[in-house]
Unconditional design. Structure first.
Length: 277
């Protein structure tokens, strides 16, 4: 059975499976968060641009689960990177989320075309941590070159986390290797590749052996590598099935077989994305 948490570089435990609320309309977000918390989720991942922080906050407060028992992540959007903008934007997020601190605040994407110098927004993010707005800081969608630059700006150990698209069809190995070598924890978003993994014959075959679905195999493969995963779902049965992936133990042979599925099939590739590794 996979460990239920991963340990960040400061010793903080982060639940290995979270609920991602990307593309979850505000009306559906509340129901998804409520169902997730009831199913046992204690890690919620949102973002300023998702426009559902208020719904996440409301359901967290109504859940009866103490705030300190839920690991909460949000992400700062690129429009809020300029001088003096990051902290006020996080204060707005905190107000919407109904809490006075985040567990993790991420830079959602590197500034498009480096419109805002990286030092400008990363130093503000570090200041947000120093002020107690967030316990940890990190980045999302950064390339190896950008991660190196971030470490140079803030120093070793400051970047606790990188969130990036990873699944069997896009394994992002260069980024993963860099993060692992530098003590930067990884969250894999879109871990089911928008459902593409569900019909992947190898994953279905391995799933049959274990009595689980291809989706659970995909999640188990990521979890076994020490990553956290944030699949999105509004259906109670899928939420429970995703959580049950923690109990799936793949053999070294199965892990190696799944690694052969790399095809560079990227789902998140907006026109402002960086030059990927």
């Amino acid at each position: 059975m996979t460990k239920n948490t991963i340990t960040l570089n400061n010793g903080v435990e982060m639940p290995a499976i979270g609920l991602g609320v990307f593309q979850s309309p505000p009306m559906e977000t509340g129901a998804a968060v409520e169902a997730a918390i009831r199913s046992g989720y204690r890690h919620i991942d949102t973002a300023q641009i998702y426009d559902n922080e208020a719904e996440v906050g409301q359901l967290m407060s109504e859940s009866g689960v103490p705030r300190q028992d839920i690991y909460l992540t949000t992400k700062v959007w690129t429009s809020e990177f300029g001088p003096g903008k990051v902290i006020p934007s996080l204060e707005v997020s905190l107000e919407k989320l109904g809490t006075d601190y985040l567990d993790l605040a991420l830079i959602h994407w590197p500034s498009p075309q480096d419109e805002v110098p990286m030092a400008v927004y990363l130093e503000q993010l570090a200041e947000a941590k120093a002020r107690g707005l967030t316990r940890e800081i990190g980045v999302s969608n950064f390339t190896v070159a950008q991660l190196k630059q971030a470490v140079e700006i803030l120093g070793p150990g400051a970047i606790a986390h990188q969130q990036v698209e990873i699944h069997p069809l896009l394994q992002n190995r260069k980024v993963v290797e860099f993060c692992q070598a530098h003590g930067i924890a990884i969250t894999a978003y879109m871990p089911l590749a928008y459902g593409k993994v569900l019909t992947e014959p190898l994953l279905m075959e391995i799933g049959k052996r274990h009595g689980v679905s291809a989706a659970q195999v995909s999640l188990a493969w990521l979890l076994a590598q020490g990553m956290t995963v944030i699949p999105s779902s509004t259906k109670r049965e899928n939420l429970a099935a995703n959580l049950a992936a923690l109990k799936v133990k793949l053999s070294p042979e199965e892990m190696a077989q799944i690694a052969t599925l790399e095809r560079g099939e990227r789902c998140a590739n907006p026109d402002f994305a960086p030059d990927w590794d």
